[in-house]
Ligand binder design. Sequence first.
Ligand code: ADP
Ligand code: MG
Length: 388
Amino acid sequence: MKKTIRDLNNLKGKRVLLRCDFNVPLDNYGDILDDTRIAAEIPTIKYLVGQGAKVILCSHLGRPKSSYDKYLSLFPVAVYLMKVFPNKVKFSRTPAGKEAENEVAKMKEGEILLLENVRFLEGEERNNPKVVQELCRLADIFVNDAFGVCHRQHASTYGVAIKLPNAIGFLVEKELSVFENAFKTPKHPFVAIFGGAKVDDKINLINNVMDKADTIIIGGGMAYTFLQAQGKKVGRSIVSLDKVDDAQRILQTAKEKGIKILLPVDHVALLGTKVVKTKSLDGNMIGFDIGNASIKLFTKEILNARQVMWNGPVGKYEDSRFKKGTMKIAKAVAKADAYSIVGGGDSVSAIKVSGFADRIGHLSTGGGASLKLMEGKSLPAVDIIDNK
Ligand code: ADP
Ligand code: MG
């Protein structure tokens, strides 16, 4: 078990560097378009403030190409936090160095300082020792609560954890326990839904989940590789040719183990510029969504589940012509009397678009990190944290 902030004693007056994931979508005016990730961090910040720590917040935002980019400044996040913690929050215009050190030196117990975008530091993503050193100079203790980047070995997620006494925050603790429980003590029937476009990245995930799930539903761009493996027509839909054998093996294993795999039985496709509904993807058709019969088939299975894990939209949901399948699946997951877990950047945004987000058991805040956990892998930035 990893140390959590509850295991840290005597935080009063200590400088705690809290790595957060404030990588939120902003518009060009600095308005925060989705505050989920900031809101998810508030309990940990509140706890540390309550313990009388000096809370130094550190995060990345986007992918800056130089040491400053005004569109990737964390200042809007500071403004947000100032409203949640009146008179407690300050902003450091640099992520480390003299100015940041001066700001930290001025901090009182229970105050919060948000550092500027840590990726403005050259070498942050390469875990450069100089960056590690600069960050360590700001703090006595390191807390990692940046779930979205726990699969990354950066200076601010990994390097500092080696040097400073450390722990994980409430968000990382929650995310880890959700996935651990889902696999260790799954509720049955356990239905896993996969979709999206990145078959190559996700085939391992199916392999892992297959050991625990009763039913696996495959839709979206992922389905065509499996349909091809079954010898069905796929037209010009996306197929990962070098994964067809893997798909075949998965179908075979599922058969042997008695795991049900459901694939689409009809499609919404594009033929030239025309949208067509079809059972068979002939000639030049490109499948972009599951059809009504597939929706019915999948929905019936989902409504019967006690646990659902979902990664990957079942269609090109960003395009209104192809979003119906994903919206209907979201509705079914919300309506089912099941504990539901949704991971993956696009999957979570699709759920939000559907309006059913508040009826999902757990919406993971980390895309890549949640995929790793679904694959049954551990996360380097968590592994490096001290055990209890
Ligand atoms: P997540 O971000 O949840 O892990 P992915 O990034 O793997 O999910 O997949 C989401 C993408 O998959 C979306 O951009 C969506 O448009 C695309 N997609 C879904 N179905 C299809 C399809 N049939 N053909 C092409 N792209 C698809
Ligand atoms: Mg995605």
